[in-house]
Design a protein around this ligand. Structure first.
Ligand SMILES: *Cc1c(COP(=O)(O)O)cnc(C)c1O
Length: 403
């Protein structure tokens, strides 16, 4: 093995070029701060893309992971394990769900949900009930089925032929949806807050309308809460804030606080269709992931932490409005809880990535959601003073870019 220094050059030399990571390499994280190889410090408003909802190296999560690491790592689903059973029971206590399927990523949870919806239709309805309706700008993952269902053509181009039976209609447009749904619809999948597509919350009337029309046409309603779930909306799951209950809910990202794990939640009656042998995954429900997610859920379901998300939302919005008063850079500030989107004004549209670079130079990590929106998805327990310090860095980055 080579012992020459580990530098960013190795990415281009040895890794598939599907990502374009920044020039710095983080080596350590604590709370809402990261440090790179040179010891330079960064404030983290990105959260590893809405994943590290409890910050980096949270002691409760580190304890759960290291304790489990001494005991049992993996047995496959030929056997079950205690952390998975405890986590499934807890998720059912906390939500509408009666049955849980664990996987390892958001895409896999959605793949399971979509396959379940098709299988449920096979088991209960006429053979032509196969169609899935999804929404423009939606994002559901990168497997071939989930990119096909996602509403962003840039992610399917070049990967054809795509699985058939998927229709897309505009988001938050109940009239278009009403025209699209029929007896042939087996499932509708929607993000209560669109994340990748631009940080756009659904209107309550829209989700309510989807629920009613799905019931009328005996279609399953799937909420993709991979990004907006696990406390990020300021409710444990966003559906709770909307008061609209899905038939199937998928989640991942914040569930493991940085450890890869995802879950699909559903009712006992619907779950019946994933009978023995019909679907599976080697790692899903792995003891390490479930132990960490169990610890994360202890905190994410705490009403004080969720109230703290509402408070931090206000701190962020106040700061962002102040910044916008100075620069007039944003056409709209939107989002829910600690999933925030700053849509760039006309003159700056298409340039969201420039702000990532400028922020990095000031010691701040931010995200984009498409070319026109800057996205923030910090830790749900980021201290107020770190928010202020990060916003000051953001303001300096903007001032530099606009100068
Ligand atoms: C990130 C994301 C996914 C995909 O999750 P992966 O873990 O990357 O597979 C699916 N749906 C939504 C809403 C997401 O934000």
């Amino acid at each position: 093995m080579s012992c020459s220094p580990v530098t960013r050059d190795l990415f281009d030399a040895f890794m598939v070029p599907n990502y374009a990571p920044a020039a710095i390499i983080p080596v350590r994280g604590e709370g809402s701060r990261l440090w790179d190889q040179e010891g330079r410090e960064y404030i983290d408003f990105a959260g590893g893309i809405a994943v590290t909802g409890l910050g980096h190296a949270h002691p409760h999560l580190v304890a759960a992971l290291t304790e489990q690491a001494q005991k049992l790592w993996h047995v496959s689903n030929v056997l079950t394990n205690e952390p998975a059973l405890k986590l499934a029971r807890r998720l059912c206590e906390l939500t509408f769900a009666e049955r849980v399927f664990f996987a390892n990523s958001g895409a896999e949870a959605n793949e399971a949900a979509l396959k379940l919806a098709r299988k449920y239709a096979t088991d209960h309805f006429a053979p032509d009930k196969r169609e899935i309706i999804a929404f423009h700008q939606s994002f559901h993952g990168r497997t071939l089925f989930t990119v096909t269902v996602g509403g962003q053509p840039k992610y399917t181009q070049g990967f054809e032929p795509l699985p058939p039976g998927v229709t897309h209609v505009p988001f938050n447009d109940l009239a278009a949806f009403t025209a699209a749904i029929s007896e042939r619809t087996c499932a509708v999948i929607v993000e209560p807050v669109q994340g990748e597509g631009g940080v756009t919350p659904a209107t309550p009337e829209f989700l309510q309308g989807l629920r009613e029309l799905c019931d009328r046409h005996q279609a399953l309603l799937i909420f993709d809460e991979v990004q907006c779930g696990n406390g990020r909306s300021s409710h444990l799951y966003a559906y709770m804030g909307y008061g609209v209950t899905p038939d199937i809910l998928t989640t991942a990202k914040g569930l493991g606080g940085g450890f890869p794990i995802s879950a699909m939640l559903t009712t006992a009656a619907i779950a019946e269709s994933l009978n023995v042998g019909s679907h599976g995954t080697t790692y899903g429900g792995n003891p390490l992931g479930c132990a960490v997610a169990g610890a994360a859920l202890d905190l994410l379901s705490d009403p004080e932490i969720l109230a703290g998300v509402r408070h931090r939302h206000e701190v962020f919005m106040t700061g962002l409005r102040r910044i916008n008063k100075r620069f007039g850079l944003f056409r709209e500030l939107r989002g829910m809880g600690l999933l925030l989107g700053c849509e760039l004004a006309e003159a700056w549209q298409g340039r969201s990535r420039d702000f990532i670079r400028a922020a990095l130079d000031e010691g701040l990590l931010i995200l984009v959601a498409g070319p026109d929106v800057i996205r923030l998805a910090p830790s749900l327990i980021i201290p107020d003073e770190v928010i202020e310090e990060g916003l000051n860095r953001f303001e300096r980055a903007i001032a530099g870019l606009l100068a």
